[in-house]
Design a protein around this ligand. Structure first.
Ligand code: F6R
Length: 599
């Protein structure tokens, strides 16, 4: 959940590194640091806070060195501080390292190193790497890094630099790293956006790879020194794709990108009244599905359960990846494990997937980030193609995940030789246009948001497919506006939450028409009778609801199966506008990072 960028070439490294860090801030932003090799010594700068603070501090510095590494951090071991910010050093300042991941045995290693005379200056696990590499350094950085890594338990994406050699050595285990190949220059980064301005030619490192970068180019070996062949790939994403495109925040841009992201998802996959997916599993290959995911992706998994069970009539279990991996799950060879992840790097989801693979189950990934670890480990998958999601709060990835699950449910039905309703498929193709129309609620939702910016609590209620939408609405609100919010299946309120309702409690009902509408209306009456303020998301025949609700948000009428994708939009916008009105940092909410690559 931190960001790494390294550079070796013919230009001064400083500005390239700072620029790369800015593009990586969404991975972590409590402190940032840079180290440039110049005239046989290190020039080091670290600052607490956003990359802008580091940039400001370095503005007047004339640093000409052409080799350097930099890092933006999201604290795991040790508070955010300059001491704990990367790059880290050995005592003599001869070796420096930036590191993502967790060194699980760092305490044991630190004890030994301290006994040998090493003095530590931070509380981090990462600093152990710098000391260990220095301990093994005999004039060859590559050998020293390999020897150090042989002792490491845990995960790393790291780049090391020595004052004595004009080279960078990088290594990866369970934390992403890729090389950017330029003309007489090589970049190394944890994520593509850091490189895009300079090159589109990249090499993804695999677990166990060691990359050695010098003026001649790069070599990739394994930790035993054997040469590894890795393909150079062309990145299709443009730099413009990751700009804000005139929106105030990335989150708002991403909410408004949903017609496009859904279009990308569907394109080529609904054709000739058929669903075309290049997955390697069909209904004959398994008896039950278990979906594992975290956070917002877990909410889409819950919707997936409703969709797959209703459409394909195959039983589905949904589990938090973090629970699944540790509860000795009962996995059968006849189970299909689906992992859902925007980033494809979430540590718990990866671990759950590996557990399932170890036990011989078939696996499928529903992932957005192309080339991410999950996509490389999974049996087969469905890419979302939603484009980069920079706002920490997941929005367009959610709707595309639900869309992908819907496609998969229809695909399973089709592969069971059951007929798909051509009208449903035609409606599905129109979904991006319907979402475009839904986004018109923005103005109305903004007005409603104004009234609730000083509220302390919110309840979100929905039923059936829209119960997970209620959970997602509540999660969006709490993560970016810091307002306490909870989602429930509407019928559950009488079993406890109704005690919370008074005139200070706004309750958002997802009340679009379906088989359970009558029941939702009676839940609304219960809330109204206790003075709660009702915000209702409705589509048609809402006459009676209009009498009960204090605020109505009208969305287009769609097939019930698509309703979560449409209904989540006003909830994303409500959270956004409340947080924006409160003047909060919507794209980078406190204590959160975009991808959670540690448990
Ligand atoms: C919420 C949010 C998180 C992520 C969760 C899983 O807005 O973004 O809850 O959904 O950390 O991340 P991925 O989908 O990358 O595995």
């Amino acid at each position: 959940m931190c960001g790494i960028i390294g550079y070796l070439g013919g230009k001064p490294a400083k500005n390239i590194l700072i620029d790369g860090l800015k593009k990586l801030e969404y991975r972590g932003y409590d402190s940032a640091g840079i180290c440039v090799l110049e005239k046989g010594g290190f020039i080091i700068n670290k600052k607490v806070g956003p990359v802008a603070s580091l940039e400001k501090a370095l503005k007047q510095e004339k640093i000409e060195g052409v080799i350097g590494i930099a890092h933006t951090r999201w604290a795991t071991h040790g508070v955010p501080s300059e001491r704990n910010a990367h790059p880290h050093f050995d005592c003599q300042h001869e070796i420096t390292v930036v590191h993502n991941g967790i060194i699980e045995n760092y305490q044991a290693l630190k004890k030994i190193l301290i006994k040998e005379g090493h003095q530590f200056s931070s509380e981090t696990d990462s600093e152990v790497l710098a000391h260990l590499i220095e301990k093994f350094y005999r004039g060859n950085l590559e050998t020293a890094v390999s020897k150090a890594l042989a002792l490491i338990e845990g995960s790393y994406g790291l780049v090391a630099l020595s004052v004595k050699e004009n080279k960078l050595v990088a290594a990866r285990r369970s934390s992403p790293l890729l090389l950017g190949i330029g003309k007489h220059e090589t970049f190394i980064a944890s994520d593509i956006p850091a490189l895009l301005k300079y090159t589109k030619r990249v090499v993804y490192l695999k677990d166990g790879d060691l990359a050695i970068i010098d003026a001649k180019g790069y070599k990739i070996k394994n930790l035993n020194g054997q040469k590894m062949d890795r393909q150079v790939e062309d990145v299709k994403m443009s730099a413009a794709q990751i700009e804000k495109k005139g929106f105030k925040h990335f989150m708002l841009k991403e909410v408004f990108e949903q017609p496009q992201s859904l279009n990308n998802l569907l394109s080529g996959r609904v054709k000739d009244n058929k669903i075309k997916l290049s997955v390697k599993v069909g209904p004959k290959d398994f008896e039950k599905i278990i979906i594992v995911a975290c956070g917002t992706s877990w909410h889409s998994a819950l919707i997936g359960k409703y969709l797959i069970e209703e459409i394909a009539r195959i039983p589905v279990e949904v589990d938090y990846a973090s629970e699944f991996r540790y509860r000795q799950p009962l996995i059968k060879l006849t189970d299909l494990i689906i992992a859902i992840s925007q980033s494809g790097e979430t540590a718990d989801t990866l671990a759950a997937l590996r557990e399932a693979e170890k036990q011989g189950a078939k696996t499928l990934g529903i992932v957005n980030v192309v080339g991410s670890t999950m996509t490389r480990e999974v049996g087969s998958g469905i890419y979302l193609h939603a484009g980069p999601e920079i706002g920490v709060a997941s929005t367009k990835a959610f709707s595309s995940q639900v869309g992908a699950l819907l496609l998969f449910a229809l695909y399973l039905k089709q592969e069971k030789h059951e007929k798909l309703d051509p009208r449903l498929l035609a409606d599905l193709k129109r979904l991006p246009a319907i979402v475009e129309q839904t986004l018109k609620v923005d103005k109305e939702v903004k007005k409603i948001a104004l009234k609730f910016k000083n509220t302390d609590h919110f309840l979100y209620l929905g039923r059936g497919l829209n119960f997970p939408v209620a959970l997602e609405g509540a999660l969006k609100l709490k993560e970016i506006s810091y307002i306490h919010a909870e989602g429930y299946p509407a019928a559950e309120i009488k079993h406890g939450p109704i005690a919370l309702i008074d005139e200070k409690m706004p309750v958002v009902f997802i009340a679009t028409k379906n088989d359970l509408s009558e029941k939702i209306i009676s839940n609304m009456q219960e809330v109204k009778a206790r003075g709660g303020k009702i915000i209702a998301v409705v589509d048609q025949d809402y006459g009676y609801i209009a009498k009960l609700a204090d605020y109505l948000i009208k969305v287009p009428v769609v097939n019930k199966l698509f309703s979560p994708i449409v209904n989540v939009i006003p909830l994303q916008l409500l959270a956004y506008h409340i947080a924006d009105r409160k003047g909060l940092n919507v794209d980078k909410p406190r204590n959160l990072a975009k991808s959670v690559t540690v448990e």
